[in-house]
Design a protein around this ligand. Structure first.
Ligand code: FES
Ligand code: FES
Length: 160
């Protein structure tokens, strides 16, 4: 076991874990941030996506030791003062989910996209979201939600 101080959703949290335990496991099982989902565990589905220093990242593939110096944002960190982020709100408004299992990962991937490309084309959205799988097939609504979020946001601040 090793001691880590992680920067999660703007707060420094202390956690003990094996150095090579996945960030996904630490978030869910040690910090009880269960909004981040376990899908494949192999980097193939995107359900576990979080932002690491603004980059959409598969947390199942990242050892907690490598995330110790990064700013980690999970789905729980997107809402501020009771207000959903623009992307969260757009997913709700477009009904861009059915079972919701993929949704947190989708929203974090979309947030990462809009932070670096505030007004993406449909092609850029599809490219950026390509690694996030939705077994319920809500892809058209997800693309529409991301377009709606892009329209509703100022050029900066996708996570607001
Ligand atoms: S659980 Fe990480 S990509 Fe599937
Ligand atoms: S809404 Fe069910 S997997 Fe995407």
């Amino acid at each position: 076991m090793a001691d880590f101080i992680l920067n999660v959703n703007g707060a420094h949290v202390h956690v003990q874990a094996p150095f090579d335990e996945s960030l996904l496991s630490v978030l869910r099982n040690r910090l009880h941030l269960t909004g981040t989902k376990y899908g494949c565990g192999e980097g193939q589905c995107g359900a576990c996506t979080v932002l690491l220093d603004g980059e959409a990242t598969r947390s199942c593939l990242v050892a907690v030791g490598s995330a110790a110096n990064a700013k980690i944002i999970t789905i729980e960190g997107l809402e501020h003062d009771g207000k959903l982020s623009a992307v969260q709100q757009a997913f709700l408004d477009e009904g861009a989910f059915q079972c919701g299992y993929c949704t947190a990962g989708m929203i974090l991937s979309a947030t990462g996209l809009l932070q670096r490309t505030p007004k993406p084309t449909a092609e850029q959205i599809v490219d950026a979201m390509n690694g996030n799988l939705c077994r319920c097939g809500t892809y058209p609504r997800i693309v529409a939600a991301i377009q709606r979020a892009a329209q509703s946001m100022p050029a900066k601040g996708a996570n607001r």
